[in-house]
Design a protein around this ligand. Structure first.
Ligand SMILES: Cc1cc2nc3c(=O)[nH]c(=O)nc-3n(C[C@H](O)[C@H](O)[C@H](O)COP(=O)(O)OP(=O)(O)OC[C@H]3O[C@@H](n4cnc5c(N)ncnc54)[C@H](O)[C@@H]3O)c2cc1C
Ligand code: FES
Ligand code: FES
Length: 1334
């Protein structure tokens, strides 16, 4: 045995100077930390490769293995790996923080497949990787070139037609309709950028040997050794190689924790403060890794990893008679929806079983399938126990301290024995179940009728343990399999499984309905199976087959259509993101990748645990004795001012007497390491006296808890008069709740701050959209002049508004110890802390009264808006104002009054998020439009079209609408999606399917471009031309993945008529370009592009006298000549947006420079019994004028749409409020990827088409382009309204035709509960409204 002293660290925590592997969440939920491990498998005599999450992998779990990180497969110096190259070329990397993880997942898939993978395998392999920027389509396209296909077209990149005359789309290599179907397609329009597919043999590790890292031969020869490692604090880690050794250790250390994949133990130790003194890794014990079959069934060793089980079951199913493998199939199907591959590659069945989680996906199936657990004690005695009896309580199994689980025996199913799995989660992929189930029945014929001879009905997610529906089981025995049985069972199930009102997890009505829906599905499925086997004469009625159709998603395909309007200049070209090649190799540096300066300390925040309370005392005794502790700093230590705020200084950097939300910063601890700082900060003990807290908009409105001077109004016409005039045939009133959204940028907030010249100056690098505000905030807190504080930002791993203002207090907190101790301090927030304290998209409450004619014309709208500001005003007033500006969306309402007010609540301050209130205002508008349509029994699209603004419309804030391309876009979209046909096909589908419904919707948008605060519409830039002809540009904007630097470089390259490769963009820095506004409001390319152009033009004007001699054969020669003539080759450019301004006193003005328009079509399908849905198609058209870079703009549209899809359908913030009593007051339950579900690659539209309107100009912005970042976000609401359309069809089946509310996000809970049927009626009233934290 090898004995060693070591640190039992996680693989990701090891500092070996590599920057590629990123820490996005630390809990196995984002895939940013994906690496590949390889080892030699003694049995198969081959090397095995797979992707794992480095954040959960204990360092010593990879002992004897080959670990490959993204750096190992290619780099910019020696050449990119084809996967990296393809991803960069396909525009699959925006902010780049997720990118190495995607590369490594794909790499591991290719290395582990014996042959090229299928497209389905590729999509599946990415289930554990999240990207917040791209919308996934370009990533899938980039990787699709490695897929297996029989289609020879894959090996070509031609845009030509194939022999059948079909146009070949180079993104998929398959025939596509992008040319034919698109209206007005011209010869110079392209559907996508071309890139070369790669032959599999180039990357499979055999033929690509020159560059490919081969499996180290010494690891083939090396024999595994037992390990015994001693960590700090007496922790012991054993890795025995024999079962007997495990038993010996267990008898020596009865409390020892067995560990396999560490996906459960790792979470317990990292997030739940669990501490284990002795850990026994049983990954290498042969007896626990058996996978065998005999005449009775399968033996599956406890350490068997889930992916191996999948492979084994696939083989078993192929080799065995169908009737024997019903259980195997059910387990295999369930495993498809079990975590991402990185988790399944290490997680074991024993780990899943012994954790005994109430939401384990497999335990209900083991129980239902009649599996038997084999257990061995330290003396070597073996006992068996049925799975049904093994689970004793919450995370408790029938295992004594001296016992280990050896294996699970899964019996073959018998003839006419059926086993079925069920799982409903928030998100289909990589999510834990809300309710799951395993069900089994054996039918036998008795006197001509089919009776239940044996049955098991087990539910997960409904109690502390997987629950046996024993009364239902007893009821079912000997019953005839018919409708009476179904009805009887549904009744008894409700007695069997009782969910109390305050049950953890909430969603009681939904979970109860799932219990019934699942059984109904099981009944229907078995009936159908019996019919198909010829045992039943009658099967399901055709329409009811939809109850059992399994979700199946074809592979995603994307079409992008745009004109290439400018030729031979960099502007207008679909150039790839300037940093993408560094991002795909992991060479691009973010704050966490920067080397620690000498003497650097790490900071962790001391946070309030109460929503509203008086601080009685702060005790730091325990913290002070914590390892590595250096100091605790509180409000009284602040050298300058404790009052901060981006507009109003209404917040305290460190709470002094009162805390006003959970997560408010009370102080900061610094220590030698990040972990030690965290540990010490958790040991600071604070005594509180609770005060009443306001935890929702409604509570705020009830108690008039508004921010002072935030009451706003806008008016057009006379609303009251119109309501009274009798012109309106109908007047309706209603409310719309709009849910918030977490930014979920992949790179958490981070800053590194260091004193210069003994603290006379302070410098920092920060992940922020606004270095200027970091500079200001830190200077203010430290009492330094602005000129002595510098903030730099090279790139950030996503921002989306979340790092506009709410990143500064984090830097400021860390600046205090840095300044006082005169030492560098680094602060990186953990994902859960970041989500908990930095604020989100504002939730809104809208109350409307709308009057309209029977023809559908809207005559008057009276609207009251409230947004949830949280505990400081931050940007909430500006967010409210933008919501008010956008509350007409695209509709011309002659009489309109919009009032708004910002609510003060005891939540962390809400803040900017893509769209900045605009989407909330527009969503409320689309709600009343949709309601009018339902009142009039007309389609919402008709009502929309009828009320469109036209050229020259006067908006409700006194701005004239000019160059309005709305109708043109709308008409093109109608043609492109063939709306009439789509509607007819959907209607036909709905008539023939009772339990699955489809819906369609078309939604328009108009988004105002400019900061609505006038002075912010200014921009500076510095352009420096060097004597070799290269150009360095520094401007005030921040690159956060949106391609700003690329567009700006294109503008500079075009201005000087030089190649794009000659232009470089420097870090954004407050000492180069001062007083820069945040990179926000979509306007940065307009602003900084124009400022850069101004600087270039100045330099060009100076060079003109030399250039006019025309004696220079290159730009470099010209520059050199100018230099020799002592011409200044550096210029500062400046730009202000002209003719804008708004006067809130009169509610009139021109807040926007122009509008970006768009429209989207969506088609969805829902499962009315579970609330599951998927987007079958999205077709988006946007007017972006003459795009500066159409590929980047398409990327922004796709990314915004998918992020919007998260907002409207997936991402629910759950706060401890009156509606969520099971969460502690003011706490955020959804504070990590485990509970908060952003879209995965599996959630994007199956057919995803993006077109840019052709032949349109925009004289108001640089090079006739238009801003793009925020405008497409709202278009995802087409998905919400398509879902609603589908629900309308479902409700009509039950005779419900009235309007009903559907809040965003339209989660499975909301969809399911809106689809009223016999099952929902048993658990809730027909107008049940699921709870939402707003
Ligand atoms: C991101 C993520 C996603 C997840 N998704 C899902 C999901 O979709 N569905 C789901 O059901 N679960 C899910 N899980 C939970 C978890 O991954 C599984 O339960 C996994 O199978 C645990 O296996 P492991 O080998 O990693 O367990 P470990 O963490 O290594 O061990 C877990 C427990 O099992 C005990 N144990 C292990 N082997 C034995 C043995 N032979 N005898 C006695 N005790 C033993 C250990 O002592 C420990 O208490 C997820 C977890 C993460 C982090
Ligand atoms: S950092 Fe490891 S999965 Fe997120
Ligand atoms: S590029 Fe994927 S998270 Fe930014």
């Amino acid at each position: 045995m090898i004995e060693q002293k070591c640190k039992l660290d996680f693989l990701l925590g090891i500092d070996v100077g590599l920057t590629g592997t990123k820490l996005g969440c630390g809990e196995g939920g984002c895939g940013a930390c994906t690496v590949m491990i390889s080892y030699f498998d003694e049995q198969s005599k081959r090397s095995v490769h797979h992707a794992i999450n480095a954040c959960l992998a204990p360092l010593y779990s990879v002992e004897g293995m080959h670990v490959i990180t993204v750096e190992g497969i290619g780099n910019s110096q020696h050449g990119l790996h084809p996967i990296q190259e393809s991803l960069a070329q396909a525009h699959g990397s925006q902010c780049g923080f997720c990118t190495p993880g995607f590369v490594m997942s794909m790499y591991a898939l290719l290395r582990s497949s014996g042959e090229p993978p299928t497209e389905e395998q590729i999509e599946e392999s990415l289930a554990g990787n999240l990207c917040r920027c791209t919308g996934y389509r370009p990533i899938l396209d980039a990787f699709r070139v490695f897929a297996k296909t029989d289609d020879l077209l894959y090996t070509k990149t031609s845009l030509e037609s194939n022999s059948a005359g079909e146009l070949i789309c180079p993104s998929s290599g398959k025939p596509c309709s992008c040319g034919k179907g698109t209206a007005n397609r011209r010869d110079d329009s392209v559907c996508v950028k071309q890139y070369s597919p790669v032959l599999y043999n180039k990357i499979d590790g055999s033929l690509f040997v020159e560059k490919e890292l081969i499996f180290p031969p010494e690891l083939i020869l090396r024999k595994n050794m037992p390990l015994c490692l001693h960590g700090f604090g007496g922790v012991k880690w054993y890795r025995p190689l024999k079962l007997q050794h495990v038993l010996d250790l267990k008898s020596r250390y009865p409390d020892a924790k067995l560990v396999v994949g560490n996906t459960e133990v790792g979470i317990e130790t990292k997030f739940k403060n669990a501490q284990y003194q002795v850990l026994i890794s049983v990954t290498h014990v042969p007896e626990l890794n058996i996978l065998s079959m005999n005449e009775n069934g399968l033996d599956i060793g406890a350490s068997v990893r889930l992916t191996l089980l999948q492979q084994f079951l696939r083989k078993v199913i192929m080799q065995h008679p169908v009737e024997e493998t019903s259980s195997s199939k059910a387990i295999l199907r369930q495993l498809k929806w079990f975590a991402g591959n990185q988790i399944k590659n290490v997680a074991s069945i024993g780990g899943n079983i012994c954790t005994a989680s109430p939401i384990s996906d497999l335990n209900p199936l083991w129980m239902a399938a009649g599996a038997i657990m084999r257990i061995m004690n330290c003396k070597g005695n073996v006992r068996t126990i049925p799975a049904k009896e093994f689970f004793l309580g919450y995370r408790k199994v029938d295992l004594a301290n001296d016992e280990v689980l050896l294996s699970v025996f899964l019996p073959w199913t018998r003839s006419l024995e059926f086993v079925k799995e069920f799982k409903q989660a928030h998100r289909r992929e990589d999510d834990i179940a809300l309710v799951n189930a395993g069900m089994r029945v054996l039918l036998k014929q008795d006197c001509g009728s089919w009776e239940v001879s044996d049955v098991s009905i087990i539910y997960g997610g409904v109690a502390a343990v997987s629950l046996i529906a024993s009364k239902t089981e007893s009821f079912l025995i000997k019953k005839k399999w018919d409708n009476n049985l179904l009805q009887g069972a549904l009744k008894i199930l409700q007695e069997d499984i009782v969910l109390t009102e305050d049950a953890p997890g909430g969603m009681i009505e939904f979970r109860k309905s799932l219990i019934l829906s699942f059984f109904f599905k099981f009944f229907s499925w078995v009936t159908n199976e019996m019919y198909e086997k010829g045992s039943f004469n009658e099967g399901l009625h055709g329409k009811h087959l939809s109850a059992i159709q399994a979700y199946s998603r074809p592979q995603t395909s994307g079409i992008q259509s745009y004109d290439l309007t400018r030729h031979e200049t960099a502007v207008g070209q679909p150039a790839i993101h300037l940093s993408s090649k560094l991002q795909v190799t992991g060479e691009a540096e973010y704050i966490d990748d920067m080397p620690h300066p000498p003497q650097a300390l790490h900071a962790a925040l001391v946070l309030s645990k109460r929503a509203h309370a008086r601080i009685l005392s702060i005790d730091d005794t325990m913290a002070k004795s914590s390892p590595g502790f250096v100091g605790l700093f509180l409000y009284r230590d602040i050298p300058g001012s404790n009052k901060i705020g981006v507009i109003l200084k209404d917040e305290e950097l460190f709470a002094s007497e009162i805390v006003t939300c959970v997560g408010q910063v009370v102080g900061v601890v610094v220590a030698d390491t990040h972990d030690n700082a965290k540990i010490a900060s958790n040991k600071v003990h604070i005594e509180y006296e609770d005060l009443p807290a306001i935890l929702s908009i409604r509570e705020a409105v009830r108690s008039c808890s508004f921010y002072p001077n935030t009451e706003r109004w806008l008016m057009k016409g006379d609303v009251e008069l119109c309501f009274k005039s009798g012109e309106c045939d109908k007047i309706i009133e209603g409310e719309v709740q709009v849910g918030g959204q977490e930014h979920f940028y992949l790179e958490p907030n981070s800053s590194l701050i260091w004193p210069v010249d003994g603290g006379n100056e302070v410098h920092m690098v920060s992940s922020t959209q606004c270095p200027q505000y970091h500079q200001e905030c830190v200077a203010h807190v430290l009492g330094l002049p602005l000129a002595k504080v510098v903030c730099k930002t090279k790139r950030i791993g996503g921002g989306f508004g979340g790092k506009e203002s709410r990143s500064a207090f984090i830097a400021a907190a860390a600046s205090v110890p840095s300044y006082l101790l005169r030492r560098p301090v680094k602060i990186i927030l953990d994902r859960d802390t970041d989500m908990m304290i930095t604020g989100q998209r504002h939730s809104f409450l809208g109350k409307y009264k709308v009057g309209f004619t029977t023809a559908g014309e809207v005559l008057a709208l009276d609207l009251q808006l409230y947004n949830n500001g949280g505990n400081s005003i931050d940007l909430s007033l500006a967010v409210l104002e933008r919501a008010m500006f956008h509350s007409d969306n695209v509709y011309d309402v002659p009489n309109m009054r919009v009032r708004g007010q910002v609510c003060y609540t005891n939540f962390p301050s809400n803040t900017a998020f893509r769209g900045f209130g605009g989407p909330q205002g527009m969503l409320i508008a689309e709600n009343w439009i949709q309601r009018i349509a339902m009142e009039l029994q007309r389609s919402p699209e008709e009502i929309r079209e009828l009320n469109f603004h036209n050229e020259g419309s006067m908006l409700h804030y006194g701005m004239l609408l000019q160059s309005c391309t709305l109708s043109q876009l709308w008409d093109e979209l109608k043609t492109s999606c063939d709306f009439v046909k789509a509607r007819a096909i959907v209607n036909h589908f709905n008539v023939h399917n009772r339990w699955r419904k489809r819906g369609v919707a078309m939604v328009p948008t108009k988004f105002g471009i400019s900061f609505t605060t006038k002075h912010m519409n200014q921009a500076g830039a510095l352009v420096q031309v060097y004597t070799d002809g290269t150009v360095l540009v520094t401007h005030g904007g921040v690159e956060m993945g949106q391609g700003l630097h690329t567009k700006v470089a294109q503008i500079a390259a075009s201005a000087f008529n030089i190649p794009l490769s000659s232009v470089f963009i420097s870090d954004t820095s407050t000492d180069k370009v001062p007083n820069a506004s945040p990179t926000a409001a979509s306007a940065s390319s307009d602003l900084y592009g124009a400022a850069v152009l101004d600087a270039c033009e100045q330099i060009k004007a100076r060079m003109q006298c030399i250039a006019a001699t025309k004696t220079h054969s290159s730009f470099a020669e010209l520059v050199r000549a100018c230099y020799l003539e002592r011409i200044d080759l550096s210029a500062h450019g400046f730009y202000i947006t002209p003719n804008i301004g708004f006067n809130w006193k009169v509610g009139k003005g021109t807040p926007f420079n122009y509008f970006t328009y768009g429209a989207a079509f969506a088609e969805v399908e829902i499962d009315t019994l579970t609330g599951d849905f998927y987007t079958r198609e999205a077709d988006i058209i946007m007017d972006l004028g003459h795009s500066l870079n159409p590929a980047i703009d398409v990327g922004q549209i796709e990314g915004a749409f998918v992020q919007g899809l998260g907002w409207i359908a997936l991402e629910e913030l759950k706060w401890g409020d009156a509606d969520h009593k099971w969460i502690r007051p003011g706490h955020l339950y959804t504070s990590g990827p485990g509970t908060y579900k952003i879209p995965t690659a599996n959630d994007i539209p199956v057919k995803f088409k993006v077109s840019l309107l052709k032949g349109v100009q925009n004289p108001k912005a640089i090079h006739s382009s238009k801003a793009v970042g925020e405008p497409p976000f709202f278009l995802a609401s087409a998905v919400l309204f398509a879902i609603k359309d589908a629900i309308v069809a479902a409700r009509a089946e039950e005779g419900y035709h009235d309007w009903f509310p559907l809040d965003n996000p339209a989660t499975p809970e909301r969809i399911r509960m809106a689809c009223i049927d016999d099952f929902t009626k048993q658990v809730a009233s027909h107008n049940f409204h699921p709870k939402l934290s707003v």
